[in-house]
Design a protein around this ligand. Structure first.
Ligand code: AMP
Length: 216
């Protein structure tokens, strides 16, 4: 087994589809990312539940013996909506508190392929980095070019003067989990932040949510 000199991340937040996608490469990528986290002994924060790629990666990390935290808004907590979570479940009031808590608990963010929910979470963490709310790496796992069009849109944003060239570097991307984790470990935020970290209240937003252990 490969050994890593530095374990830069203690816990990574993964955003991903609540659907598995039509092609098996997406499920395989979720499992592969789960394996990479386990191999590096990195804990997982995710949106809770057992559906789609969310269920696959959380089960993999949990089975591999690493801690898993699922952060679920009250409205999505029923088994019909989200399914059974593994590991620790934290129930929050709403989607805003969920993102604040996920952002607080993780040292880095990765988006696997997913739909609107995944893209919204990803975009918010990119925006928070740009604003200076956090300085954590944000990685896109660009499985079989799934996010090529989104990356091209970001490049167009730079080209057309809506995204600062420095801020374009916030988004890291790679086709495999192994490659992505390597570039995320090397990430140093170079862009100018819009406002200093101290001017944001994320810590207060994400305080003291109830936690409960769920069974498998
Ligand atoms: P989507 O990419 O639209 O499938 O949405 C997935 C993202 O939105 C995840 O990272 C979750 O945080 C959240 N989400 C969407 N649907 C659910 C669900 N049924 N249970 C829990 N979280 C969900």
């Amino acid at each position: 087994m490969e050994r890593y000199a530095i374990n830069k991340f203690k816990r990574i937040c993964v955003f991903c589809g609540s659907n598995p996608g039509y092609r098996s490469i997406y499920s395989e990528a979720a499992v592969e990312l789960g394996n990479e986290l386990v191999e590096r002994k990195i804990e997982l924060v995710y949106g809770g539940g057992s559906f789609g790629l969310m269920g696959l990666i959380s089960q993999k990390v949990y089975d591999g013996g690493c801690h898993v935290i699922g952060v679920i808004p009250k409205a999505l907590v029923s088994l019909e909506i989200s399914g059974q979570s593994v590991g620790e479940v934290r129930i929050v009031e709403d989607m805003h508190e969920r993102k604040a808590l996920m952002a607080k608990e993780a040292d880095a963010f990765i988006a696997l392929p997913g739909g609107y929910g995944t893209m919204e979470e990803l975009l918010e963490m990119i925006t928070w980095s740009q604003l200076g709310i956090h300085k954590k790496p944000v990685g896109l796992l660009n499985v079989d070019g799934y996010y090529n069009n989104l990356l091209a849109l970001f490049d167009n944003g730079v080209q057309e003067g809506f995204i600062n060239r420095g801020a374009r570097h916030i988004v890291l991307s790679a086709p495999t989990a192994k490659e992505l984790l390597i570039i995320m470990e090397q990430f140093a935020p170079l862009h100018d932040h819009v406002a200093p970290l101290e001017s944001w209240k994320m810590e207060q937003l994400a305080n003291n949510y109830p936690s409960e252990e769920s069974s498998k």
